[in-house]
Design a protein. Sequence first.
Length: 291
Amino acid sequence: MLFFVALFWSLKVPNRMSLTLSRLQARNALSPAREVTALETRLHHSARRWARAMSVVTVVLIEVAFIAAVGFSKPGLMVIEGAMAVPVGRFLGRAMCYGRLGGRLRANQAIELVVQPGHVDGAAGLRPVGGLYFFQAMLVSLIALYLSVWWLLMELIPRFEARYGYWQDAYLGLFLVALCCVAAAFLLPMWTFHLSMREVKQALASEADRISIKIATEERALLSMDGGLDATHHQEHLSRLVQRFRAIEKMPTWPVSTGLRTWFMANMLALPLPVVAGLVPVFVQSVLTGA
C-alpha cells in the first residue's frame, strides 16, 4: 500500500518542478520568462533520460541484493522486486536531475535569480524551492519508513522473523542509507541557492552598515524635536530604515522558512523511532543479562 502511495505522489514531481518555476516567476524571483521556459523544457528532457538510466541501475542493485540474500530460490519474488524497483529508480533519476536546478540557474547568465530580503515568505522569496525539495525528501522518507517498520516487525514478531529474518540485517543497513538519502535529497539541491543567497547577504552588509548610521542620526534628531509634522516625517523615515536594516540582517541564506525547517527536523527525528523501539528491548535485555 505504501508503495502505491509513494508511486502516485512521485508521478507529480515534474508538475511540482513546473509549479516551482512558475511561482518563482510570479514572485519576480526569476526572469526573463522566455529563458526560464527554455530551461524548464531542457530540464524535463534531462529528467526523462535520468529516469530511464536510474531505473536500470536500481533494478540491478535490487536484484543483486536479492540474490545475495536468498539466491535464485524464489524467482517469482525476484521478478516482482525487480518490477517494483523500476518506478523507484525513475523517481530517483528525476529527483537527481531536478536537484541540479540551482546549478543550472547559476551557470545560465541569461537568467536572473533575485533574492529579496524581507520577503513575506520567510525565505527571501525562494520558499517554493525549499517546498519542492522538501516534497522530494518526503518521498524518499517513505522508503526509509518502509524499511524501518519492516525491520521492527521482524525484530518483535516471531512469525515475521521466521519468514523474513534473512532480510533483517540488510534492511537495517538500507534504512541507514535511506536516512542519509532523505537528508541529502533536501539539503544538497539547495546548496547552490544557499551560495547565491549568502553572496547577496554579504553584498548587502555594507548597505546595512550605512543604514545603521542613518538610524542613529535620525534617532538623535527625533530627540531634539517636540513633535509636529516634521517629527512625524522623521519617525516614518526612521521606521523604513529600521525595517530595511532588519530585513538585511535577518535575511535567511537557505530557501526554507522556519516552519518548513521544523517539519524537516521533526521528520528526521521520527523516522528512526521504529528502529529505536526495536533496539531498546535488546539493549535492556543485554544489560540485565550482563548484570
